[in-house]
Ligand binder design. Structure first.
Ligand SMILES: [Zn+2]
Length: 575
């Protein structure tokens, strides 16, 4: 959405926003400087306004158009690219940014992510997914501490894995104290823990353990002397789930809005500007101490994002799929969803998707098959994540069966992850108009150099089926697409071992997948994923040249300037 400000039609409230934005623009040289770095006050994005033309010149701008054209300038107006490689316009309302030869890419697009879960994280979530040692972790937590008011929790939940740290373990209580002595700290790994805390955190959890239970089903947290908290089960609760419950019940709606702003800011700082959210294990309210990090109320989890959208403060495009996880043969929730929800309804900044990452559990037999049929009957897009070749075979046969009753060939049904494939199954999917999304996150848990982690990127891309790539952040894997691009182009895991031999992509291919190709999976290939006149103006100016840096430096790539919908939503002040 690019809101057109019409002063005549503005309400008094709108006028306040309008004039404060204009003052904001007038008083800051880098319009969105306040949006970057450690600042966490929830400032709105800085629109350039209808009367401002922005020209980026002197760059290496990879348009990702059909011919892979690289140009040195683009012009943006009213939220869209209006000219590519044209002479820079001039005039009082033209703002020009000299890129000094920097590399520019279209805003990256993620077709399988759980960013709405990240937006709901309790505490002051700290990004640890890019750290590689205990020292890095300590520095990231200490840096976060500067933004965190007294008494508030510094947290980091999901996205990281001990494999990525040189020490291959969690930080100890003493190490966390060293980094942050004066705020409670709580780190929680993936879906179910384990977790780690510092002295102040342990003091709080110990006091809860010693007091009358705050909920009849809460379990003891039993923090060890070293600050460790044992994992919980997927169901039934346990120490980590209880600790998570305690933090979630402290969260206010304003806290959630802050976490949502933080999630969006981090996303644009790594150049990720569009996300297809694949929900999580839906768990209608109220909060309960058996819920794990990937359990949220599927009816309420969008509230903070929706509120920010109403305030025109969203800076990442979000498409929301709906995941149904019921074994009930009646499929009550899926029936109601298909009856009462519109697919692809909303605007360019926030809209509904369809069904994903599954309509019913893949292992629910006839129930799963009935669910596929219902989605086909409704004419909705449908997605399934598979874990092996048997899963892929099941999905292909299921899609073919549905297609005999209802034509799905125009609905863009999708299979995710695809760790193993064969050319017969890919060809049958292609014949159905389906696409596959290759999961590039398997390096995260890879620790045995003898085990091929997959997926077979090379085989799938060479097949010619519609293909995309995804990271599946932010529980089991990082959100940062550059970490996944590193893996897709090198096959190297966190231990430095080659775990995907002969299946690498070129850098050009990996970038194309993460931009132009992925936009197909959001049904937005006409508007995002490449840079061209008439397209929505999303791009990232990179801090180093993706095409010439060393392999190791791909992981370090960040954006120095990100534009979404023609607005500067992130800048480090470098250009
Ligand atoms: Zn997922």
């Amino acid at each position: 959405m690019f809101r057109r400000y019409n002063p005549i039609a503005l309400s008094q409230d709108d006028n306040k926003i309008f004039s404060s934005r204009r003052r904001f623009l007038a008083t800051t040289a880098g319009a969105a400087a306040v949006l970057s770095g450690s600042d966490t006050s929830a400032q709105p994005p800085a629109p350039l306004g209808d009367d401002v033309t922005l020209t980026l010149t002197n760059g290496k701008i990879h348009t990702l158009d059909a011919a892979d054209t690289v140009v040195n300038s683009v012009t943006i107006r009213n939220g869209r690219f209006v000219a590519v490689a044209a002479p820079a316009p001039s005039g009082p309302s033209v703002r020009t940014i000299d890129l000094n030869g920097r590399t520019v890419v279209p805003g990256l697009v993620e077709p399988h992510i759980h960013i709405v879960s990240l937006a709901n994280r309790p505490g002051y979530h700290t990004i640890l997914e890019n750290t590689t040692s205990m020292r890095d972790v300590q520095e990231a937590l200490a840096a976060r501490r500067k933004d965190v008011p007294q008494g508030a929790w510094i947290t980091s939940m999901g996205g990281w894995h001990p494999n990525q740290w040189a020490e291959h373990r969690h930080p100890t209580l003493a190490e966390l104290d060293e980094a942050v002595p004066d705020r409670p700290v709580f780190l929680y790994e993936r879906f179910t823990g384990p977790a780690a805390t510092n002295t102040l955190g342990k003091r709080y959890f110990d006091s809860v353990d010693a007091a009358p239970p705050v909920h009849p089903d809460i379990k003891k947290i039993n923090v060890s002397d070293a600050g460790a908290i044992a994992p919980c089960g997927f169901v039934g609760g346990g120490p980590c789930a209880s600790a998570l419950f305690l933090l979630r019940r402290m969260q206010t709606f304003e806290d959630k809005k802050r976490s949502t702003v933080d999630a969006m800011r981090y996303s644009v700082s790594v150049g990720l500007t569009s996300c297809l959210d694949q929900v999580l294990f839906p768990t209608p309210g109220p909060l309960h101490p058996s819920q794990i990090l990937s359990n949220l109320d599927q009816y309420r989890m969008y509230d903070s994002w929706l509120a920010l959208h109403r305030e025109d403060r969203t800076i990442v495009r979000l498409q929301m799929n709906f995941l149904q996880n019921q074994n009930d043969p009646q499929l009550p929730e899926l029936h109601e969803r298909l009856r009462n929800q519109f697919q692809f309804f909303g605007d360019d900044m926030m809209r509904t998707g369809a069904i994903g990452e599954w309509a019913a559990p893949l292992n629910s037999g006839a129930v799963w098959m009935d669910a596929q049929r219902l989605v086909g009957q409704a004419g909705w897009r449908n997605e399934n994540a598979v874990q092996n070749l048997a899963g892929l075979k099941q999905v292909v046969e299921g899609y073919e069966a549905v297609n005999r009753e209802y034509d799905i060939t125009k609905l863009r049904w999708v299979v995710h992850h695809v760790p193993e494939v064969n050319s017969d199954l890919l060809s049958r999917l292609k014949a159905l108009g389906c696409g596959v999304e290759m999961g590039a996150f398997r390096w995260v848990t890879s620790s045995d150099p003898k085990v091929v982690a997959g997926p077979p990127f090379r085989t799938i891309v060479d097949h010619g089926i519609q293909v995309g790539i995804h990271g599946d952040g932010v529980h089991i894997a990082p959100l940062n697409p550059w970490l996944h691009i590193y893996y897709a182009t090198t096959g190297v895991n966190s231990f430095g071992d080659q775990v995907n031999p002969a299946q690498h992509l070129t850098r050009a291919e990996a970038l194309r997948l993460f931009t132009r190709n992925n936009s197909w999976f959001l049904r937005m290939e006409e508007t995002i994923g490449s840079i061209g006149a008439g397209k929505l103006a999303d791009l990232a100016v990179l801090d180093r040249d993706y095409f010439s840096v060393s392999d190791a430096d791909i992981k370090k790539i960040r954006s120095v300037l990100t534009i979404v919908n023609g607005n500067i939503v992130h800048t480090t002040g470098t250009v």
